[in-house]
Every structure is written in structure tokens, then in C-alpha cells.
Write a protein of this length. Structure first.
Length: 184
């Protein structure tokens, strides 16, 4: 496969330099933030040698090239396009800045709540187990000591994420907005 030729064809069919805002890559995809999606010839790009697929997501045009191939095509693409290299995080910030206010609000809320989902799920799962045990003990199906330390600690831990939910949200929100999470 000729990596330079693939990069040149991608460059030629996305609207050239004036349509490129930023470029980066991940393990398998060339990620481009472009000014006008309508200038990109998606169908043509999908048929370029080495390209396994093309789609638009999160304000980016993502071209699937595969592991190993994407690095070489990206290096050639950067040379041809004359743009500076960007990290995946920088590219996400550029793409997010181009979103409308509602999309930015939804992304911000997602950035705040997604990191605390595991704590909420674990706490809810333990809560369900404890309620099932309480039901079985109260109705005579199970005979366990509900005043024992293990049972008491499990009951305590089952409510932890919900008890401290405002603190979890403040910590996560402070991180998203760039403040000190501990002060948040």
C-alpha cells in the first residue's frame, strides 16, 4: 500500500487545506475536524485503498484505516496538508467548540456524570442485594444476624454513593470546569 498516495487522495477529497481545521489520529482512525462537511466526498474516500470506512461523529470526520496503517497515513497527511500535529484531546476540544449550545450543554453534563456512574451502579447493586436479604429475613426465608458487623457495614456501604452524591457531583464538576476538585 502506498501511504503517501492514500494520504494525498484523502487530502484532495476533503476540500484541501482551506477546509481542514485540525487533524489527529487514534489507534485505528484518522480524525479530522473540517470546516464544511459538504465539501468532503465521503463516498470517494470510502473507496480509497486502505480506507475501511468513513463517518462523521462528535464534530469530526473519522476515517478508519486500521492499526499501524493510520500512523503512516497520518504522517504523510500532515506533510501534505501542512497542518500541525494535534493530540486526540486537542481535536476533541476543537470539535466541541464548534458544537451548538445545546450539544455543548449535553456534553458538559455527560462529562460530569459519566465518571460517577460506576459508583452509582455499584451502590445500587449492593442496595438491591441488601433489600433482598432484608425481605428474606423479615419473611422467615433466611435466618441471618442483621445486627452483625458484616451485615451492618454492607448496609452502610449500599447507601454511600447516594448519600454522598452531591459531593461526587461537585468533585466531578470541578474537574470538568478546571477548578480544584477538592475545593469543589
Amino acid at each position: 500500500m502506498d501511504y503517501r498516495k492514500t494520504a494525498q487522495e484523502i487530502y484532495d477529497h476533503i476540500g484541501k487545506k482551506e477546509n481542514i481545521i485540525s487533524a489527529a489520529h487514534c489507534a485505528t482512525r484518522l480524525r479530522l475536524v473540517i470546516s464544511d462537511n459538504s465539501k468532503a466526498d465521503k463516498e470517494y474516500i470510502e473507496n480509497i485503498e486502505g480506507v475501511k470506512g468513513v463517518f462523521f461523529a462528535q464534530g469530526q470526520m473519522q476515517i478508519i484505516l486500521g492499526t499501524g496503517v493510520v500512523n503512516k497515513v497520518y504522517d504523510e497527511f500532515i506533510r501534505i496538508a501542512g497542518v500541525s500535529e494535534s493530540s486526540k484531546e486537542e481535536l476533541k476540544k476543537v470539535a466541541a467548540s464548534r458544537a451548538n449550545p445545546v450539544q455543548r450543554l449535553i456534553k458538559t453534563l455527560g462529562d460530569i456524570f459519566v465518571p460517577i456512574i460506576p459508583a452509582i451502579v455499584a451502590s445500587g447493586f449492593l442496595m438491591g442485594i441488601m433489600e433482598a436479604l432484608n425481605f428474606m429475613v423479615n419473611n422467615g426465608f433466611l435466618n441471618i444476624d442483621t445486627s452483625g458487623s458484616i451485615y451492618t457495614f454492607a448496609q452502610l456501604f449500599s447507601n454511600t454513593a447516594y448519600t454522598f452524591l452531591p459531593i461526587l457531583i461537585a468533585y466531578s464538576g470541578a474537574k470538568v470546569f478546571g477548578a480544584n476538585p477538592y475545593l469543589g
